[in-house]
Design a protein around this ligand. Structure first.
Ligand SMILES: Cc1cc2nc3c(=O)[nH]c(=O)nc-3n(C[C@H](O)[C@H](O)[C@H](O)COP(=O)(O)OP(=O)(O)OC[C@H]3O[C@@H](n4cnc5c(N)ncnc54)[C@H](O)[C@@H]3O)c2cc1C
Length: 397
């Protein structure tokens, strides 16, 4: 018998959970399929909740010594005008911003901290291919690395292996799609010194498309919206329409739009909003995107995965029974449903506008009215910074 927890997947959810369990002295092994964490366009946003969590663990100062951009404003730019929808500067937190830092840097940092804990280990290049079972209970995993195939026994397996989760499939826990209608093409364009200094997280709406712009330490990340399934057609048309969109709607980027010369410079993100009905099986818990895929619109997939990890750690340090696994889902599901419901509403709105040939942009006057209500921008920032029901870390003494 082992009391080890095996966490499959070293994304934000799995890494935070492995760190918290290791810090509480629980034997934990994290298995990550890739050799490193350096993958492009994984989402780079660390919200105030996450920064405050890291601060409470004594990690924030060292993490934030790494290069990052402090994003304080979310803005919508419509043909009728621009509007600040959320103002993080109004939060009463020392971390009154979203830290935009390449996710690989965040994960490298946490992996090193986790590996340094006596009861924790991190194995990269370890691809989990099977769940091992005994009498219907999951009792460990089989994984492959350069040295061959290995079996690792576990008192509990946590599937934190992301939106295409193999663990979810092996556990026969299908995810139900809630109806995304958009795909996104991501690419990078360089910064220039004369760029607007207050551009942080900005959405630029045109008639049929929008562009999301994310500041960062190594250039602008640009997400160009496509109707779901529209990739082949967009590819046929080439990068011309995207450049034209940038020239028309983000004029200060027009001077470098010609650096986008080919679709090979882009990454297609097939947007998904989905969740599994039951996040656990005897001996197994799913967290993060493995349990519920969050659309990148709103930029809170990392936050939701981190909050799942905190809730899971709160329970698992004391109790790794199936009843505890059910409690993790019970405590997190409401927040996930709320975030996904809002995303589905936005997706449906965009789809309706497309069908009726109406502009993709939200009505400017209504937006102006809503954001003009006293405190509205601070409330919007708070909602995005902490999510609907932020869990407090409680690992006991
Ligand atoms: C293009 C893009 C942009 C995004 N932008 C943002 C953003 O700006 N802000 C935001 O908050 N969210 C964003 N997201 C969403 C965000 O990345 C996810 O919600 C978040 O990473 C989920 O974290 P996770 O830990 O659950 O899973 P993941 O981050 O997906 O991590 C899963 C890990 O499991 C590993 N793995 C998979 N299979 C196996 C296996 N069989 N064995 C071992 N390891 C395995 C993977 O290699 C990966 O490292 C974006 C997503 C994409 C794709």
């Amino acid at each position: 018998m082992t009391d080890r927890v095996v966490v499959v997947g070293g994304g934000p959810g799995g890494m935070v959970l492995a760190y918290l369990l290791g810090r509480a002295g629980i034997a934990v092994t994290l298995l990550e399929a890739h050799q490193d964490f350096d993958r492009d366009f994984r989402g780079d946003s660390l919200h105030p909740y996450t920064l405050e969590l890291l601060d409470s663990l004594g990690l924030a100062d060292r993490l934030l010594a790494l290069p990052h951009h402090k994003a304080r404003f979310f803005r919508f730019h419509t043909p009728a005008g621009s509007i600040t929808t959320a103002d993080y500067g109004k939060l009463s937190s020392p971390y009154n911003y979203v830290a935009l830092m390449p996710q690989a840097k965040f994960l490298d940092f946490l992996a090193a901290e986790t590996a340094a804990l006596p009861s924790a280990s991190v194995r990269t290049g370890a691809n989990v291919v099977e769940l091992n079972r005994e009498d219907g209970r999951i009792i460990g995993v089989r994984y492959r690395d350069d040295a061959g195939t290995h079996d690792l026994a576990a008192a509990l397996v946590v599937g934190a292996d992301g939106r295409f989760s193999r663990i979810r499939r092996l556990a026969d826990a299908p995810a139900r799609s809630l109806g995304a209608t958009t795909d996104l093409l991501w690419f990078r364009l360089p910064h220039r010194p004369e760029d607007p200094p207050d551009a942080d997280v900005d959405l630029f709406f045109g008639r049929h498309h929008y562009v999301g712009l994310l500041a960062g330490t190594d250039g602008w990340q640009v997400g160009y919206s496509l109707p779901k399934g529209g990739y082949a057609e967009a590819r046929e048309r080439g990068v011309g329409p995207i450049r034209t969109f940038l020239a028309d709607h983000v004029p200060w980027l027009a001077d470098r739009a010609d650096l986008l010369t080919d679709f090979s410079q882009t990454t297609l993100l097939s947007v998904d909003i989905s969740r599994v009905e039951r996040w656990w099986r005897p001996g197994l818990l799913l967290i993060g995107d493995a349990a519920h895929v969050i659309s990148p619109v709103g930029g809170n997939g990392i936050l939701m995965a981190v909050q799942d990890a905190v809730t899971a750690a709160n329970h698992l340090v004391r109790d790794r029974s199936d009843a505890a696994l059910a409690r993790v889902q019970a405590e997190r599901e409401h927040a996930i449903r709320q975030v996904q419901a809002q995303q589905v509403r936005l997706e449906q709105r965009a789809a309706r506008a497309r069908e009726r040939g109406r502009p993709a942009a939200p009505p400017y006057r209504l937006l102006r009215l809503l954001t003009g209500i006293p405190g509205a921008r601070a409330r919007a920032a708070r909602a995005n910074a902490y999510g609907p029901t932020p869990p407090q870390l409680d690992l006991g003494s």
